[in-house]
Structure formats: structure tokens, C-alpha cells
Design a protein around this ligand. Structure first.
Ligand code: PAF
Length: 287
């Protein structure tokens, strides 16, 4: 695996494989690799000839400077993980390489950025994500880019950007990887104190409760959400949102009689965790 730090170096390294028609896959990341990242790398390895992993803690998507400062960084360990997963290139640009002096462009996506994370973290978060992902697509020019289902709203924003800007990239969304107790893997889990870590499984339990009741025939979103909310009643947990939404628009549903998504965001101590579960209604399951 080669670690490259400049756009010019990466483009030069990819020129020959591209001429040979080799399929290039990209996994955009901010590092602090866990098994969720490994699963993206494995999927890319099985589908692509050249696997590029980008590692860039993108400052423009952090709406709070303390959050950016606290973001875990360990390039040495991440490099070992990417090499173990047989990535071909680790692209680790400096901030000045991505945002050189005078940088003045923002990619802003409408509609799907205006709810959920867009309300609680601010739309600027998605401006930062869309801008950096657009740049990474232009730098790497991958055929396929891989993202995790855990950041479901981010995947919708990127899909919208690809469609609206006619970007020639296919995206693949890989399932959320969970701890045995259901907690979705996230680099932010490292911020949980032991008691918070124990209770963090409540997020998944709340989502799973919705699925269980739905499978038993309950379709009223208010009743489903009330049952889920009771899983989250705990002095250690501060819920930001818990909703059942349309999986494409993220608009809240009142009756869950078609494919839907349960989404949650909550604080436990200093860690803000998000999770989601695609819901199967008896109807969508038999379809
Ligand atoms: O999901 C992430 O890690 C980031 O939002 C991404 C897609 C790498 C953009 O910085």
C-alpha cells in the first residue's frame, strides 16, 4: 500500500491503472478505523481493481471547533488497518492541499439537508460533507464509492449531489456494523464513559422495538415512537430526535405501511451518537 499526500501524486499513481481500464474504488473516511471501515474496505477490495482509502478529517463539516479538536487521529494505526485490508492507496492530504489559500467554493444540497442532522448540527455540516466528497470524486475519479448506512442522511445527500451534478460515480451503501449488544460502531463511541457505554445500547434497542411492534401489526407511528422512547428514558441519555421517516425524503411518517426508516440521535455524556434501522413492514417483506 502506498501513502500519498498530494492530489498530483495520487492522480499520477492512478493514471496507468485508469488507462488499463482497471476499476477504481474509493472509500472516503476521516480515519479512526473500526470494523465498519474494514467492512467498506473489504467490499471495495472484492469489487474493484484499485482501492483508494482517503483519510482526511474535514474541518468544514464540523460545526463546533471543540468537536474537531477532539476528533481521534492516529494515522499510524489507520495505515496499518488499511494495509491489512489490502488497500492499494491511502490518500492523506493536508488541510492546505484540499482547501488551498483563497478556496471559495461550497457545494450546497437542498431539501434532504434541511431535516434531522441538518437541524441539529446545522446545514453547514452537509455543505462541508458535499464539498469535500465532490472534491474527492474529482481527485480520484472512482467508478464506485463506498459509504456506511449508519450515516444514512449523508448517503442521501451524496446520492442527490451525484444526480444533480451528473457525477459519473456509482455509490454503494454498506450495512451498519454493530457490537454484539447492538451498538453501532462509531469513532465517537471512544468518548463514552463505561456507564454510558453500557446504556448506549438503548439506541439500538429503541429502533429494534419499533421493528418488533411493526412486525406484530402496529402501524401507528406515534404509538411505535412512544414505545421506542421508553427504551431511551434514562438520566444518562439526552435524545435529540427519534423519528420514523420516508427512506428517500426523510419526511416523518404518521402511518408505517410502506418501507420506512427509524432514526435516532442522542447524547450520552460528551458523545453524540446516531443510528438508524430500515424498517420492514409485513407488506414490504412479502413484496
Ligand atoms: O463519513 C465520513 O467519515 C465523512 O463525512 C466523509 C464522507 C469522509 C466526508 O468527510
Amino acid at each position: 500500500m502506498r501513502t500519498l499526500r498530494t492530489v498530483a501524486e495520487l492522480r499520477a499513481a492512478l493514471a496507468q491503472p485508469r488507462r488499463e481500464g482497471r476499476r477504481i474504488g474509493l472509500i472516503p473516511t476521516m480515519g479512526a478505523f473500526h470494523d465498519g471501515h474494514r467492512s467498506l474496505m473489504r467490499r471495495a477490495r472484492s469489487e474493484c481493481d484499485e482501492v483508494v482509502v482517503s483519510l482526511f478529517v474535514n474541518p468544514t463539516q464540523f460545526t463546533e471547533s471543540a468537536d474537531l479538536a477532539a476528533y481521534p487521529r492516529d494515522e499510524g494505526r489507520d495505515g496499518m488497518v488499511a494495509a491489512e485490508e489490502s488497500a492499494d492507496f491511502l490518500f492523506v492530504p493536508a488541510v492546505s492541499e484540499i482547501y488551498p489559500e483563497g478556496f471559495a467554493t461550497t457545494v450546497r444540497i437542498g431539501a434532504v439537508t434541511e431535516v434531522l442532522e441538518g437541524v441539529h448540527r446545522g446545514r453547514e455540516h452537509f455543505d462541508g460533507v458535499a464539498t469535500v466528497v465532490c472534491k474527492l470524486f474529482n481527485i480520484v475519479a472512482p467508478e464506485i464509492a463506498y459509504f456506511g448506512q449508519k450515516d444514512v442522511q449523508q448517503t442521501l445527500v451524496i446520492r442527490r449531489m451525484i444526480r444533480d451534478l451528473n457525477l459519473p460515480v456509482q455509490i454503494e451503501i454498506c450495512p451498519t456494523v454493530r457490537q454484539p449488544d447492538g451498538l453501532a460502531l462509531s469513532s465517537r463511541n471512544a468518548r463514552l464513559a463505561p456507564a454510558e457505554r453500557k446504556r448506549a445500547t438503548a439506541l439500538y434497542q429503541a429502533l429494534a422495538t419499533i421493528q418488533v411492534l411493526l412486525s406484530a401489526g402496529e402501524t401507528d407511528a406515534a404509538r411505535l415512537l412512544a414505545a421506542a422512547r421508553s427504551e431511551l428514558e434514562d438520566p444518562l441519555i439526552r435524545v435529540e430526535y427519534l423519528q420514523i421517516v420516508d427512506p428517500d425524503t426523510l419526511a416523518p411518517l404518521t402511518t408505517v405501511d410502506r418501507s420506512a426508516l427509524a432514526v435516532v440521535a442522542a447524547w450520552l455524556g460528551n458523545a453524540r451518537l446516531i443510528d438508524n434501522l430500515p424498517l420492514a413492514t409485513p407488506r414490504t417483506r412479502s413484496a
